[in-house]
Ligand binder design. Structure first.
Ligand code: ADP
Ligand code: MG
Length: 615
């Protein structure tokens, strides 16, 4: 009798028993084409679903090795397979009873190709060996498996073909609190093999689509890596479709989108490894202004560039819009908490003598929140190693979400409100110093103030969704109509201070021993007692990133926060560990629903903790 039958028998025998009895199925089972591992069994039908893994040996998965011949290809292939399994699984899983009964899924996946923990390429025992002794069905308790698996994934060796591991969440079916054994047997012994058969065997997949997914990601990554060689911070390919279907639907606009076409002055060309020649608009390092009338596509262009730090799926329309990986969206975020941030380059002498070199508030204003957002990103962009240069950042700012008084202060206002009574040095008077002192570029959408003509290296105007290069024209206008402003920013930008976060201020366990982390949706992560609002952190694209960030905060606290290390050092260390050993190190047992994030978003989450304390 195969293990599959043993498991089926077991599930049938559990029928009508108390839900807790499902615990008996923890362990590992040999199915004809794969190994099924039950890592974690949920305690009741409403709890977080059970966690299962399926391992398909390389002889059966049989993916051509060129689909994972380098890191980005492997990430893209894993992403592709995650999508396939999830789609078929959700299709198959109907509701089978109470709570999450019947659910089979991987995780929700959007338009971005991310490194995920849902699918791995693994070394597997080959079929010949598998045929020999089928292991007796002595299940290992989930706890033991968990410990075994907490080790990082083994490193890839290129020569050997890889098998595939997929991680599923499964709602073990119940009626009330009674086990539905027959349905469970169907799900695990029929549906899962069907899903695996449909999605993890290369011959059963659309090989062309799979290849395109991998090659698109590789091309986009390659393009992003080449930006500095042409002194660019962003590239938007000709023919890109930038607008989205709606504010809540991130797929490309279907109804008569205007394809992007670079102005000839800004057109650059690349030879992509797979797609070959590509042309589009290159935005050089420096200060770039995107002007244009309302509703002419400015914000849509900037949004595409915000997401250009990620690789998009083929047919997204933005798959060849790529941005410097350290491009960060900056916006006003009134109401947020700020802890000990030196915002003095932008804001001095607040009313009531409040300090701005260690600015702390439970409730920031539009302008102070935007200043803090910039200073925190600059801090996160520093290297933990003081002798090393920081990362060359790009700030992305849209007037729609900026605080007006932070962005501009015109001649007339300078006359009415003297410098002594205005604590804010507007962004316009610091944006050049940011570039000259720290190499930080800015791409700014601004239709409302021509004052910025004076500080821009490049001015692009959007008209009817098409860009035009208008720098010379803007310069001539600036000459003809002087603003009469007095610059208020001084010669230098000012200092970027490093802070030292105190570990005790991150308490995910509410004083108890177990760690409590919860993720609600893309906007919010619950960390212990606290809801951390990340709604204004616009470059988070997946709940899985939030979940990983929450886990990374715990990891950072446990491993590196010691009251001596600076935030930049901690970010270096945590991101370095994840880079070399994988997202796996963040969690105690195999989990399908973590996705890669950047140091900036990790910093953003730490910075928004209301309990954060700084040395
Ligand atoms: P702006 O920021 O200049 O006011 P938006 O970028 O918000 O303009 O765009 C206004 C509207 O036009 C949005 O509904 C957007 O989806 C749509 N849009 C943007 N770019 C295009 C395009 N290339 N083709 C068709 N519609 C577009
Ligand atoms: Mg806009």
């Amino acid at each position: 009798m195969s293990n599959q039958q043993v498991l089926r028998r077991k599930l049938l025998d559990l029928d009508n028993r108390n839900y807790k009895a499902y615990r008996d199925i923890s362990g590992s089972y040999e199915f004809p084409d794969f190994t099924l591992i039950v890592d974690y069994v949920q305690g009741d039908p409403f709890a977080a679903p059970s966690k299962l893994r399926v391992q398909v040996p390389s002889s059966i998965a049989a993916f051509p090795t060129e689909l994972y011949s380098n890191r980005i290809r492997e990430i893209a292939l894993r992403d592709y397979l995650s999508r396939q399994v999830d789609a078929v699984a959700r299709d198959v899983s109907g509701r089978r009873g109470t709570g999450k009964s019947g659910l089979i899924a991987v995780t929700r996946i959007g338009q971005q190709i991310l490194e995920r923990t849902s699918v791995y390429l693994i070394d597997t025992v080959e079929e010949k060996e598998r045929e020999k002794p089928i292991l007796p069905s002595k299940p290992t308790p989930a706890g033991n498996l968990a410990l075994e698996r907490a080790k990082p994934m083994p490193q890839r060796s290129q020569e050997k073909p890889k098998g595939v591991e997929v991680r599923l969440v499964v709602g073990l079916p119940a009626s009330g609190r009674r086990i539905l054994g027959r349905q469970a047997a169907e799900m695990i012994c029929d549906d899962i093999p069907y899903i695996i058969h449909r999605t993890l065997k290369y011959e059963r997949l659309d090989g062309e689509a799979c290849r395109r997914h991998v090659e698109t990601a590789e091309d986009a990554q390659w393009l992003r890596d080449r930006l500095p060689s042409k002194n660019l911070v962003a590239f938007v390919a000709n023919g890109s479709i930038l607008p989205r279907r709606s504010g809540v639907d991130d797929r490309p606009l279907a109804n008569q989108p205007v394809p992007f076409e670079s102005p000839s002055e800004l057109e650059v060309e690349f030879e992509l490894p797979n797609k070959g020649q590509i042309k589009g608009m290159g935005i050089p390092a420096g200060v770039t202004l995107i002007a244009g009338g309302g509703y002419h596509g400015k914000s849509t262009l900037l949004r595409a560039m915000e997401l250009g730090v990620y690789n998009q799926v083929p047919e997204d329309g933005r798959e060849f819009v790529v941005t410097n990986p350290a491009a960060v969206k900056i916006r006003a975020e009134d109401g947020r908490s700020v802890v000990g941030v030196d915002i003095s380059p932008f804001i001095a002498q607040l009313p009531q003598g409040r300090s701005t070199t260690e600015f702390t508030t439970e409730n920031a204003s539009g302008s102070t929140s935007q200043a803090a957002n910039i200073m925190e990103v600059l801090e996160a962009g520093l290297s933990g190693d003081v002798d090393k240069e920081g990362i060359p950042l790009v700030l992305l700012v849209d007037e729609d979400t900026a605080a007006t008084n932070f962005m501009i202060r015109d001649r007339r206002m300078q006359e009415l409100i003297s410098k002594d009574s205005e604590p804010i040095v507007p962004f316009i008077d610091k944006v050049r110093q940011l570039y000259t002192d720290y190499g930080v570029s800015t791409i700014l959408v601004m239709g409302g103030s021509g004052d910025y003509f004076d500080v821009a290296d490049l001015v692009v105007a959007m008209e009817n969704f098409q860009p035009y290069e208008v720098t010379e024209k803007a310069r001539a206008i600036a000459k003809q109509y002087a603003t009469g402003r007095t610059p208020e920013g001084g010669q230098e930008f000012g200092e970027i201070k490093q802070r030292i976060p105190l570990p005790a201020s991150l308490d995910p366990s509410r004083g108890r021993r177990d760690v409590r982390l919860k993720v609600r949706d893309v906007d919010e992560v619950v960390f212990g007692n606290e809801d951390v609002d990340l709604g204004a952190v616009g470059q988070l694209v997946s709940t899985d990133q939030l979940r990983a960030i929450a886990a990374a905060m715990v990891y950072a606290k446990q491993q590196y926060m010691d009251g001596y290390r600076t935030l930049a050092e901690i970010l270096d260390a945590v991101m370095g560990d994840i880079q070399s050993r994988g997202l796996e190190i963040l969690v105690p047992f195999p989990q399908s629903d973590l996705a890669m994030f950047r140091r900036f978003e990790l910093a953003a989450a730490i910075n928004r903790l209301r309990t954060l304390a700084i040395k």
